[in-house]
Design a binder for this molecule. Sequence first.
Ligand SMILES: *Cc1c(COP(=O)(O)O)cnc(C)c1O
Length: 255
Amino acid sequence: MAIRDETVERFHHVKQRVADAAQRSGRRPEDVIVVAVTKTASPDQIRQLLELGHVDLGENRVQQLTQRVAMTEEFIARHHDIPSPRPSTVPDQVRWHMIGHLQRNKVKTVLPLVKLVHSVDSLRLAEEVQAVASKQDREVEVLLQVNTSGEKQKAGLAAPAVPHLAEQMQTMFNIRVRGLMAMAPLSDNPEDSRPTFTRTAELFNEMREGGQYGERFNVLSMGMSNDFEVAIECGANVVRIGRALFGEPVEAATP
Ligand SMILES: *Cc1c(COP(=O)(O)O)cnc(C)c1O
């Protein structure tokens, strides 16, 4: 089955490129987490990734996230039910990442499903996350999405607003701010992303060195299929990769 082999090959190729970029920037391969963005992946490709032992998956839409969490949970449960002569490489649990814009009325649905929300971009959203997390009695880990590229149509907080919001969130006891997330302007040339990534890393390092957000303020999520190596060179320790793992979408998902 060619498509399965292709997925395996793409996975190893991406992991190798991540490892090389990590080493170029003086870090170990395992210091960089690959979030496999499954929005264009088939169920078979997702299962294949889990069989390879991959743990971190990401979605940007709530409906698809909900479906895929159910699908992977069922696959994992069934997989571990079947006695196997060899130790299984399938993880016991997927770590799901919500990477897309989050509407306040979806917070209640999303929080129980995910390990990390990458896309908190307003005080109102943060307040809703806190209210729901408190009611559900859970601690929620989030990143603040920053618009360092300066494009008006891009989601995210303006850079100067980021420390301000993080400050306000210090009293939201059910939320743990783990770091920052950013996206570069769309371009065919990965080098075009470098200024955005450099600015984001500077902001991240300033906030981290200040120490007021604690030891666990240590996640910098940036870099996609077209620019993840540049992002890692700039300091990213989480990259969000879709097309490089699953191929170009076959059909246009949205008009
Ligand atoms: C789709 C998406 C990605 C992955 O994009 P690719 O170009 O397919 O790697 C990363 N981050 C976000 C927020 C996305 O929506």
